[in-house]
Design a binder for this molecule. Structure first.
Ligand code: ASP
Length: 434
């Protein structure tokens, strides 16, 4: 039978009521047999995430301080959920063991992983499914990435009948110690599971109906993004449009398994589907995303284009100062390098001095206060008039473009504008394309 993997994020397991919704979702489609869960998230804005509380307990224990405050919050939350769902599991006992382990100096990864572990144990009991220990099947390497052998191991553990529940966010190191992915990493576990069972779709249940075409804090009521490609979502995620962990794309994109971002509060909403290829005829631009907080290092030197190694030497100066760059659009005698402000902190003067001394440019300066905006759409490069429409929209809104970079991926045009123009620029581009 076809398999569907459902990953439920922190907001979908925040309390017993949410977990009951999981049961209804799973019961609606018999293919939904593989359930991956996060740790309980916030129930309201002022609430605390279980994972944050666990990290706090670990930190306090490390300094030999009292962990009672945060540990009580964790305890109460799980006990309330378990009581409300009437699960048979002895949650009290599991919490007692955890309390001891934290006090005895358990590693931060182990302590943080218990958020997902306890949640998966409760959900497995409630759904009458089989709990599968992620640490026994998922191996995470020194860089925090999943190791290839994990897929086979996990597939074998999931090969029986019935419903399986897998805790997200962690696996084990080669040495067998519990190890977590980076924050938000349950999305990665979901993707690994989807690949392991060759799922027809990886459903990622959260508290929003997928992606919007732009930031709702900037554009009023932006349209939902129905279909988007893996490549497009990566470009948008990089520019700050975040619903889904970036590293969760690779396990599924390799196998072309679609990812469907769905809303647990509105299960009928189709959400956003992330696919390998989409029809670009109906929509060229899928999304507009941007970030503020950039500086531009501008270097000008007559006949720069004829000077062998000029670019290399400029980049090696940045490398020496430990600065990574975002974009580097260049002209015949000029180069602009866009870097995040945070990269330049406390280094500006020394970078300028080094460039002057080593490259003897006619002009070099660093100006701050820029925002970058990415207009993203597969097939943009092959469609005449897109850039013209983008630039006309900005010109009509009276916005001066300081940098233009048509990314080498050819699915992205990035413009740099002054921070003061950022929001107007996003709105102008949105109106032109969406
Ligand atoms: N609970 C972990 C976190 O808060 C992982 C996840 O929710 O995906 O980062």
């Amino acid at each position: 039978m076809e398999a569907v993997v459902c990953k439920f994020g922190g907001s979908s397991v925040a309390d017993a009521e949410c977990i009951r919704n999981i049961l209804s979702v799973v019961q609606l489609d018999p293919r939904r047999r593989f359930v991956v869960v996060s740790a309980p998230g916030k129930r309201s804005k002022a609430d605390k995430k279980i994972t944050d509380l666990l990290y706090l307990c670990h930190e306090l224990a490390g300094q030999e301080l009292d962990i009672d405050g945060p540990f009580h919050l964790i305890r109460d939350r799980y006990l309330e959920i378990a009581r409300d769902l009437e699960v048979g599991l002895d949650v009290e006992k599991l919490l007692g063991a955890l309390d001891k382990e934290i006090r005895a100096g358990a590693s931060p990864d182990f302590v943080a992983s218990r958020g997902e572990y306890l949640c998966a144990r409760i959900v497995a009991d409630f759904l009458q499914g089989t709990f599968v220990e992620a640490a026994d099947h998922i191996t995470i390497d020194g860089r925090g990435l999943v190791m290839e052998g994990s897929y086979k191991k996990l597939a074998a553990a999931l090969s029986g009948e019935g419903t399986y529940v897998i805790p997200g966010f962690y696996g084990a190191s080669l040495e067998g110690e519990v190890r977590t992915f980076s924050r938000g990493g349950s999305d990665i576990t979901g993707a690994i599971t989807a690949r392991a069972v060759s799922a027809v779709v990886y459903e990622n249940w959260t508290d929003v109906s997928g992606f919007l075409m732009s930031d709702p804090n900037i554009v009023v009521n932006p349209k939902p993004m129905r279909t988007v490609t893996y490549r497009e979502i990566r470009e948008l995620a990089y520019m700050g449009a975040n619903v889904f962990h970036e590293d969760a794309i690779f396990p599924v994109s390799r196998e072309r398994i679609p990812i469907n971002i769905r809303n647990i509060h509105y299960p009928k909403d189709p959400g956003t589907v992330i696919v390998d290829q989409r029809d670009t005829k109906d929509r060229v631009v899928v999304g507009i995303a941007g970030k503020t907080g950039f500086s531009i290092i501008f270097v000008e030197k007559l006949l720069m284009n004829r000077q062998l190694g000029f670019g290399r030497r400029l980049f090696s100066i940045l490398e020496t100062h430990g600065i990574s760059f975002e974009h580097a659009p260049s002209g015949i005698d000029t180069m602009s390098i866009v870097v995040a402000d945070s990269q330049l902190e406390g280094k500006k003067e020394r970078v300028l001095e080094d460039i002057k001394r080593q490259l003897e440019p006619d002009r070099v300066d660093i100006s701050s206060g820029f925002a970058l905006i990415a207009t993203v759409g597969e097939g943009m490069a092959y469609r005449p008039g897109i850039a013209a429409r983008l630039f006309a929209a900005l010109a009509n809104a009276g916005i001066n473009i300081r940098v233009i970079d048509q990314g080498s991926s050819e699915i992205n045009i990035i413009v740099g504008v002054e921070t003061a123009d950022f929001e107007n620029a996003v709105r102008a581009i949105y109106q032109a394309f969406c």
